[in-house]
Every structure is written in C-alpha cells, then in structure tokens.
Design a protein around this ligand. Structure first.
Ligand code: NAP
Ligand code: ZN
Length: 351
C-alpha cells in the first residue's frame, strides 16, 4: 500500500519524553478522507498511553484523539465531506460495523474490538495506529465527523473525547430538566460534563478536591461546588443526585459518592480504569437501588449529535493553546491539575 511520510510527535518508551519523528500515512482509498490536522486536544488518556500507565502501549506511539482539521483528499466513494471542509476525528478510526453493538451505533462497544485512533491494530498498514499529534491523518469516512460552522475550531477539538465521553452517560441516563447531576473532578472531562449537563437543563454540582476552582465551576455553569475532602460539605448533599459522573483518573475511594446518590441513582465511572480499592460497600447500593456503572466514549452518531448540540448551544471547551514542542511540560502540568481546562496543540507549530 502506498504511503506518505508525515511529521509527528511521539515516544519510543514509557520514560522518554515525546519528540519529533516521521510516520507513514496510507494514501486515501475509495472510502477514506485525508485530513490536514489543525488542532489536537491533549487528553489524560494520551498521558496514560505515552507513559504505559495501563500496561498495553506498543512503542513507538503517537497519541492524540481530539482532532480537528481540513479535508485535503477524499476517496471516490466518499459523500459525507469534500475537499476544503472542516472535519473532526475522535477516539475511534474503525470497527467491524457488523456486530450487534456496531449496528446499534455503539461502535465503542464493538464485540470484535474497535480500532482506537492510537495504539490500536492498524488494519491497513499493520502495526499500531498513530494518533493526532501529527500533520495529517487518513480515516475511513464513517469515523469522520462534521464540525458545526459557528464553533471555534481549536476549542472544538476537546469535544471529540472529553465532550463525547461525558455526553454519552448524560444521554444514556437521561439527564435533563429536573435531574440533579454531579461531576467529580474539574479537568478536561469534568468541565465539559458541567457545560453539557447544564446545556441539557440539569441542576449541576461539582465535587472537587481542589479549593480555588469554585469560581471557575460556577462560571462554567455549575449551580454549586462541594469540596470532597470536607465531611460537612459531603454530608449536606447526602441522597441528592440522580447521576454522578466520576472523571478522576487515578484510584480513589468511591464510597463517599455513593452516599450522595438518590434512590435509583447511578455513579458512572469514566476516569479510573482498574480494580477498585479499598472496597465497595454494597449496603447503600442495596438499600437504595443504587448503581455503579462505567461508560466508554460514545458512538459515531452520538458524537455527531453532541457536536450538533454544541453548535446549537454554542458550547466549546475552555482551552490553553500550546505549541507541539510544549507537550512534555503540558503533561507535567496536567499531573498537577494545572490546566484550565484543556490543552490544545496548534499543529501549525509542527509544520
Ligand atoms: P484531567 O484533565 O487531568 O482531569 C482530571 C481531574 O480529576 C483533575 O482536574 C482533578 O480535579 C481530579 N483528580 C486528578 N487526580 C486526582 C486524584 N489523584 N484524586 C482525586 N482527584 C483527582 O483528565 P481528563 O483528560 O479529564 O481525563 C480524566 C480521566 O478520564 C483519565 O483517566 C482519562 O484516561 C479518562 N478518560 C476516559 C474516557 C472514557 O471513555 N471512559 C475517555 C477519555 C478519558 P480536581 O482538581 O477538581 O479534584
Ligand atoms: Zn481522551
């Protein structure tokens, strides 16, 4: 298969900083769209993958799955977009499209395994897929999204992961007018969860362990803020919430949050991936028919629905635009929760 050499930023091992490298992109086939990447958001999953936190990174890796760019080529069968249009790509670039999940527009739960935008098995070139910290990407039409014309392009990039990952549980658990939603952690996902839940009409509360973020949370649309380390503040919201979206990336005690769920309430974990410690107390769950659930990104149709909703409601991410060369420093700042509230790479800095 013919390929083109493009510039990217990646890493060859878990402890090496990200640096410039060259990668290959396939020449667009009949069903493909080639995109010149303008902006790429920086997700905490990029950091987890670059540093092999989850233990399944194949190196060298190029991460990045909040991609916005301009279409530079389309295959002969492509109808969704044309050359010159703005386009977006999120966390998936392929799935079997024939299993029950795919047929229900839930490609993220493809029973044959979806292909991640990075660190997934590349069906075209072999090896692993390489993500958006690069000049160009070639993606099958089905997995490319349309960008609403009124939105700022750089601030739209984080919608492709932080946006859809919080939108999907809000929609699945039917958040809207009259529902009480809480968000744990005010980072990339957390700030989008507040904006989207508010946009859907819910009453929104932020749980944060960081005093000092209250003003921002209220400006983003939260109705109240609870400092999760303060027992009296936690007690004041006992039994309150219909839905809690927990975006914390690292292991933490979820029991205190279960106490703040209403009867039939659900705590959805989207952040931490792995075993829960120190324990999960089933008593409040059984006594109040409460659920603890997980949720993974969102399907392609649902991602387009979220982008269109953001277009209609003028919702974008709060961003700090960085140069590609600043990425290692950005990761260190993300680890210290020092980001308000998403880094986005201006890909012009790589060209
Ligand atoms: P982020 O911007 O770093 O935000 C995480 C927030 O969690 C921080 O701002 C902080 O908020 C809180 N936090 C961080 N470390 C914590 C700790 N040790 N204990 C308690 N709270 C802590 O990260 P993100 O990009 O939003 O991603 C969040 C997580 O979601 C990551 O693990 C990422 O891999 C995962 N993710 C999952 C999916 C999915 O499909 N399920 C998709 C994308 C990302 P406060 O300062 O307010 O407490
Ligand atoms: Zn992500």
């Amino acid at each position: 298969m013919e390929t083109t050499n493009v510039k990217a930023y990646g890493t060859a091992s878990a402890d090496a900083p990200l640096a410039q490298m060259n990668i290959q992109r396939r020449t667009a086939t009949a069903k493909d769209i080639e995109i010149d990447i303008l902006y790429c958001g920086v997700c905490h999953s990029d950091l987890h993958t670059a540093r092999n936190d989850w233990g399944f990174t194949t190196y060298p890796t190029v991460v990045g799955h909040e991609i916005v760019g301009k279409v530079t080529k389309v295959g002969s069968e492509v109808t969704k977009l044309k050359v010159g249009d703005f386009a977006a790509v999120g966390c998936m670039v392929d799935s079997c499209q024939t299993c029950d999940s795919c047929k229900q527009d839930l490609e993220q739960y493809c029973s044959n395994g979806f292909t991640g935008t990075y660190n997934g098995k590349d069906k075209h070139l072999g090896g692993m897929t390489l993500g958006g910290y690069s000049e160009k990407i070639v993606v099958e039409e089905h997995f490319v999204l349309k960008v609403p014309a009124n939105l700022n392009l750089a601030a739209t990039a984080p919608l492709l992961c932080a946006g859809i990952t919080t939108w999907s549980p809000l929609r699945h658990w039917k958040a809207g007018k009259g529902s009480k939603v809480a968000v744990v952690g005010l980072g990339g996902l957390g700030h989008m969860a507040i904006k989207l839940a508010k946009g859907l009409g819910a009453e929104v509360t932020l749980f944060s362990r960081t005093p000092g973020k209250e003003k921002d949370a209220l400006e983003l649309g939260a109705d109240s803020v609870i400092i999760s380390t303060e027992a009296d503040q936690m007690g004041a919201v006992n039994g309150k919430f219909d839905l809690i979206i927990d975006t914390v990336p690292y292991i933490h005690d979820i029991n205190p949050y279960i106490g703040t769920l209403n009867t039939n309430g659900t705590l959805v974990i989207v952040g931490y991936l792995g075993g829960i410690e120190p324990f999960l107390n089933t008593v409040p769950m059984i006594m109040g028919r409460k659920s603890v659930a997980g949720s993974l990104i969102g399907g392609i149709a649902e991602t387009q629905e979220m982008l269109d909703f953001c277009g209609e409601h003028n919702i974008v991410s709060e961003i700090e635009l960085i140069k590609m060369q600043d990425i290692n420093e950005a990761y260190e700042r993300m680890l210290k929760s020092d980001v308000r509230y998403r880094f986005v790479i201006d890909m012009a800095s790589l060209k």
